[in-house]
Design a protein. Structure first.
Length: 202
């Protein structure tokens, strides 16, 4: 749903900017590229997503050995690729890929090793189809969406756009300032807004 909302918002902003004759402060090409990356990950095409990420901004998906810029993101993209091999029943490719690409990362980080072991456990249940709940989430659409969200956040950060919407950050700043001011003065409080858009009276 977020992808559709972003696309509609992008189309709306383009139309308003064109009609008003102003140069928008939004990079529409970046929004479109991020949407394409998210769609590729959501359908399980990790290699296309990696290619698109590198086309958009090569710094986002650098391998840890190159500059240590984002080892967690690199690992999670490779982990998602392994999950897709397992999902497609490509066991030989999955084993080779895990050994060549992910095992070295697991040796460097206990966190990565635990995630790799959890992912490899999927192979034990590949033929039975009865995957235990402790690891079944790796095969869910939510896992793809989680990886897509991490990639999107890294792209936004690399483009100096921040990981969250500016309005959300502004509301958090307002709430923080209000909490400091309440100790020193009596004033009308701003109606609190939750991040999901529902207001709560304070």
């Amino acid at each position: 749903m977020n992808g559709i909302a972003d696309w509609k918002r992008c189309q709306f902003l383009k139309r308003i900017s064109l009609e008003a004759g102003v140069q928008p402060a939004v990079d529409f090409a970046s929004i479109e590229s991020r949407r394409n990356i998210r769609e590729a990950l959501n359908r399980g095409d990790v290699q296309e997503a990696i290619t698109r990420v590198n086309d958009l901004n090569p710094e986002v998906n650098r391998k840890p050995s190159h500059m240590d810029t984002n080892p967690a993101l690199y690992f999670h993209l490779q982990q998602q690729k392994l999950i897709e091999y397992i999902r497609q029943g490509k066991i030989t490719e999955a084993l080779r890929f895990a050994q060549e690409e992910l095992a070295p990362r697991g040796e460097e980080s206990p966190e990565f090793l635990a995630e790799l072991e959890r992912t490899m456990a999927l192979l034990a249940f590949e033929s039975s189809g009865a995957v235990p709940p402790a690891i079944s989430d790796l095969l869910s659409p939510g896992q793809r969406m989680k990886t897509a969200g991490e990639v999107n956040a890294a792209i936004l950060e690399s483009l100096s756009q921040g990981r969250e919407a500016k309005l959300v950050a502004l509301l958090k700043l307002l709430q923080w300032a209000e909490s400091l001011l309440v100790e020193r003065a009596v004033f009308p409080k701003v109606r609190r807004m939750e991040c999901d858009g529902r207001g709560t009276d304070s």
